[in-house]
Design a protein around this ligand. Sequence first.
Ligand SMILES: NC(=O)c1ccc[n+]([C@@H]2O[C@H](COP(=O)([O-])OP(=O)(O)OC[C@H]3O[C@@H](n4cnc5c(N)ncnc54)[C@H](O)[C@@H]3O)[C@@H](O)[C@H]2O)c1
Ligand SMILES: [Zn+2]
Ligand SMILES: [Zn+2]
Length: 394
Amino acid sequence: MRALCWHGKGDVRVDTVADPVLLDDRDAIIKVTSTAICGSDLHLLDGVMPTLEKGDILGHEFMGEVVEVGSGVGADTLKVGDRVVVPFTIACGDCFFCKKGFTSCCDRSNPNEAVARKLMGHSPSGLFGYTHMLGGYSGGQAEYVRVPYADVGPFKVPDHLSDEKVLFLTDIFPTGYMAAENADIEEGDTVAVWGCGPVAQFAIRSAWMLGAGRVIAIDEVPERLALAASDGKTEVIDFSKESNGTYEILMEKTAGRGPDRCIDAVGCEAAGHGSFDAFIDRVKMALKLATDRPHVVREAFLSCRKAGSISMPGVYGGYLDKIPFGAFVNKGLTLKSGQTHVHRYLPKLLDKIDKGEIDPSFIITHRGTLDDAPEFYKTFLHREDGCIKCVMNP
Ligand SMILES: NC(=O)c1ccc[n+]([C@@H]2O[C@H](COP(=O)([O-])OP(=O)(O)OC[C@H]3O[C@@H](n4cnc5c(N)ncnc54)[C@H](O)[C@@H]3O)[C@@H](O)[C@H]2O)c1
Ligand SMILES: [Zn+2]
Ligand SMILES: [Zn+2]
């Protein structure tokens, strides 16, 4: 089959590779009909996440048709011909964490948990197409993919909803929603969202759903700011045009109090526009003295109002430098984060799509085949051509 493989920093190619086969009786094989590139894939492309190997198949946002099912998966759960979306977090459904609904913390789905434990104390769940430290599972930017725990993971979707409407249930819609939920929004709150990428777009819409009174979104990409503002109520800040910096603008907009809730939907590769801390981050990362560029974490800690909360869907990989923890403690802030517990949110969000409350396809700007994937990675990375989200039909 054909699949998008990582060959090194900045180098992804479509290769011919072996077809996946069932390795466990709880596996299924899915023929991929639609797959997308995530901001998290850019951290892989940039070589920021450790333990990726040459030839690894990327992709964790995918859906398709079941073509083979292991003997351990009952036909009432999943059968050949079913049309499914697959959460990017792999969950056994039966461990301590899965039973509590924390499926991105599954204790059993990462066969390489010892590597992750060394870095993080404990291992999160395995992820599709996301390094050997997180399981070494092949991803779904491919014609076919093996799905473990197929009696738990894939969710059937109704035929009357197009791929484009349901594809983002695999990751970024639940991620944006969980980000808003983790922000503990109270009716009328002012919510600041760093980033206007795909995750942020869903965080913004979810913040409104959960009762925000104001949403202020921050980015520097005109098309992304315009999309955020297109709902007619989200206020936007282009941080590249503001000589005063994001903190000052947020204070101006909130009469000095700061936003009640802050969502970091940027993650470990934040732009800093000449700020001193961001310059130091870049130098240290180039010298391999730092793992992440946490400029947005610092801004959120300093900007958030006292006794406010910060939600962090943005991904960080290692040990973060120069975080104003004094502000965090003395201002009495709360912080929640995590890879998304997709299984927990998916049915509820599918229902919202089915009822017409939201059509997630509003973020798609680029459509193509698997052969377009290498070019799409570059376009998405450099935010060229108005790119917000690329979808491929293998
Ligand atoms: N927690 C999860 O389960 C989960 C799931 C999906 C994605 N993510 C993470 O969420 C983050 C966003 O993903 P995405 O797909 O939207 O990525 P993206 O790269 O398309 O979007 C990031 C946006 O942040 C903007 N940005 C950069 N520096 C900024 C700054 N200083 N202030 C404000 N905005 C800034 C960029 O211009 C860009 O538009 C990534 O870190 C990704 O890994 C996490
Ligand atoms: Zn993702
Ligand atoms: Zn589990």
